[in-house]
Design a binder for this molecule. Structure first.
Ligand code: GDP
Ligand code: MG
Length: 233
């Protein structure tokens, strides 16, 4: 079974499109963990009122009780996943569901992390802040060259993880989306197999971004330097 983890913050305008998209593109046996921070989140009533339209998707609404913020929502979702593989997806339709089949194939070939990659040949990012895009592109490409980690896009959260590998990695991240980078660099240092698949990232058309670039840059830097200088174990 595939566990799909979707952190949500007031995604009432996007969530039904996402569920429709998942139904059309991911045929595998699955559960969808929609992780929200507080009971008033606008996503919740929309999901509840439409459950019968999506009754074979294994939808679970999960309250993040690890503390507010996307880092805790992601940790909660990963912890509650019951599948052999976990796919992290954003609710705002930014991720490229057409490549999920290829990701599963790579998992079957023995890879432990399959990174959706905007910064390899065939991958792209459309829209989104130019500064954030340049910074993550520079970080991803330079880290591959300098540390030989086998992905150009370590910061993308659109990744598939083998659950048995996740169970061996303790997550320390406290900022936000850097958790994907933490898991990937730690897995690399421990000798797990990592690969990437080109994917196209689209900026949201509904709702607004909650990405806190200045707050989170130091957290990303920590894992950047960890990847460069920590010993392989
Ligand atoms: N639970 C939870 N989800 C969040 C939070 N902030 C963002 N998200 C979700 O994370 C995903 C990506 O968020 P977004 O703000 O669009 O980030 P961006 O695409 O990098 O600009 C979406 O599914 C959001 O609903 C948060 O504080 N808590
Ligand atoms: Mg977004």
């Amino acid at each position: 079974m595939l566990s799909i983890v979707v952190p949500v913050y007031n995604e009432d305008k996007n969530i039904l499109n996402l569920l429709e998209h998942i139904r059309n593109n991911i045929k595998q046996d699955k559960e969808i963990l929609i992780v929200y921070d507080f009971d008033e989140d606008s996503t919740i009533p929309v999901v509840k009122n439409n459950l019968e339209n999506f009754n074979n998707l294994g939808i679970k609404l999960i309250k993040n009780d690890f503390g507010r913020g996307v880092v805790n929502a992601l940790k909660k979702g990963l912890a509650c996943s019951e599948g052999e593989a976990v796919l992290v997806l954003m609710a705002d339709l930014s991720d490229d569901l057409k490549v999920v089949g290829q990701m599963i194939k790579k998992l079957d070939e023995g890879y432990d992390i399959i990174c959706g990659s905007r910064y390899m040949r065939g991958g792209r990012q459309i829209g989104g802040g130019k500064f954030k895009k340049s910074l993550s592109g520079l970080a991803g490409r330079s880290l591959r060259l300098l540390s030989r980690i086998p992905t150009n896009d370590v910061t993308n959260n659109f990744k598939m993880y083998r659950k048995s590998m996740l169970d061996k990695i303790s997550i320390e991240s406290k900022g936000g989306f850097e958790v994907a980078m933490e898991i990937t660099v730690k897995a690399y240092k421990r000798g797990f197999k990592i690969t990437e698949i080109p994917s196209v990232w689209l900026d949201r058309t509904e709702g607004s971004s909650n990405f806190k670039i200045w707050k989170w840059v130091p957290h990303y830097l920590k894992w950047y330097f960890y990847c460069l200088f920590a010993r392989r174990i």
